[in-house]
Design a protein around this ligand. Structure first.
Ligand code: IPE
Ligand code: IPE
Ligand code: MG
Length: 248
């Protein structure tokens, strides 16, 4: 029986972030090339997007390619970029039909031109959509994002657009790539690794973390429901004590 019926729709995370890991190991398990794993990973992306849209989750951020992933073998990078172009091309219409808005965070100018073009077209096509915002983290790393934010702040101080006395957490947040996106309530990482790998370090200050041994290509809708159900058992205290939370 599906776990869907057990989910409390009044207590959904409005933003779920996922570190989609384990494509390579999944491929190895099936005695196939790493690229085969990445190709299958796209089905899991489709499932996660669909499930979030159906449930009423407002934001889904997917870590698709990190700054550090540029250090992988060239053949893998080339294949991944080709796959990305193909996936965006194939899925853009479907996303649009389902009222999903596509956006991206990261050093997008580092992407191959063909990739950036396809991405920008899909972003443009879907920009009016309101059901779910799908954020792709591409050539993204959190330290890069924070360093960029600091650079922009310093420039605005020099240009006298803001005074250094005004700089606080809210201002810094406004200079991040995620300025228009609320912090995730739930962060999922697949493949059994229990690390963050330079993803949304600022934004996950109070996020609930969920780690599963499931490899990304095996992560289906039920796996997502399981993660949400686990999230719904957590008491989010934000530094307070349990009684204060319960008194609300
Ligand atoms: C995640 O799967 C996809 C990307 C990082 C692009 P991996 O390729 O990291 O798979 P494993 O971790 O080697 O199994
Ligand atoms: C994190 O996975 C990045 C993405 C999922 C895009 P990695 O496979 O690159 O992370 P590490 O190297 O195991 O930390
Ligand atoms: Mg990995």
């Amino acid at each position: 029986m599906s776990l869907l019926g057990k989910i409390d729709l009044e207590n959904l995370p409005s933003h779920i972030a996922i570190i989609m890991d384990g494509n390579g190991r999944w491929a190895k398990k099936h005695r196939k090339s790493r690229i085969f794993g990445h190709t299958h990973g796209i089905d899991s992306v489709r499932n996660a997007v669909e499930a979030c849209a159906e449930l009423g989750v407002s934001y889904l951020t997917l870590y698709a390619f990190s700054t550090e992933n540029w250090d992988r073998p060239r053949v893998e990078i080339t294949a991944l970029m080709k796959l990305l172009v193909k996936a965006i091309r194939n899925e853009a219409k479907q996303l649009n039909d389902n009222n999903v808005k596509l956006t991206a965070i990261g050093d997008l100018n580092a992407l191959p031109k063909s990739c950036l073009k396809e991405l920008n077209e899909a972003i443009e096509l879907t920009k009016q959509n309101t059901r779910l915002t799908l954020v792709l983290a591409l050539s993204y790393s959190s330290r890069w994002e924070i360093a960029m934010a600091v650079r922009k702040i310093v420039k605005d101080v020099i240009d006298e657009k803001i005074h250094f006395d005004q700089i606080n957490e809210d201002v810094l947040q406004d200079y991040l790539a995620t300025r228009d996106i609320p912090d995730p309530e739930l962060l999922i990482r697949t493949s059994g690794e229990t690390r963050i790998s330079n993803f949304l370090l600022w934004q996950i200050a109070y996020t609930e973390l969920y780690f599963t041994p499931t490899l990304w290509p095996d992560f289906d809708k039920e796996e997502l429901y399981k993660a949400i159900l686990d999230f719904q058992t957590r008491e989010r205290r934000f530094g307070k004590i349990s009684e204060q939370i319960k008194a609300k």
